[in-house]
Design a protein around this ligand. Structure first.
Ligand SMILES: [Zn+2]
Ligand SMILES: [Zn+2]
Length: 131
């Protein structure tokens, strides 16, 4: 096939957020591309072939495809990002020792709320008799 073979490397800034912890991330990506642009008016069989427009060629679709293909499927702030705490949403990478006390049995959770309310209203813990 007659044409111009274009080979190149594109560099782009990647801005996004970590798929696990939603931290903003910035990265560089490098994408290699290669494409044959057939001469304008040549009888190349495929309609989808990239074509020269006179002496010019349009790199944009080629660049876009190359960059999109090199984007990470799940961008991560670091490979071993531990993500977010499922209890409270804290970012675990900032707080490696992060943990919670035993989760409260959902059947008692309502009572816990009551306890806190009582404490707020009376300044003392319910069930505690002060001498
Ligand atoms: Zn992360
Ligand atoms: Zn937590």
């Amino acid at each position: 096939m007659e044409g111009v073979l274009v080979t190149g490397t594109a560099q782009a800034d990647l801005e996004g957020e970590c798929a696990r912890c939603l931290e903003d991330l910035h990265d560089d990506i490098v994408a290699d591309f290669q494409e044959l642009f057939v001469y304008d008016g040549s009888e190349a069989g495929e309609d989808e072939a990239s074509r020269l427009e006179g002496d010019l060629l349009d790199l944009e679709p080629l660049l876009r495809d190359a960059v999109v293909l090199s984007l990470p499927f799940q961008p991560l702030c670091r490979d071993d990002c531990p993500g977010l705490c499922i209890e409270c949403g804290a970012r675990l990478a900032d707080d490696p020792g992060h943990q919670h006390e035993e989760p409260i049995d959902p059947r008692w959770a309502a009572l816990q709320g009551l306890t806190e309310e009582t404490e707020e209203a009376t300044g003392r813990k319910p069930g505690l008799i002060e001498e």
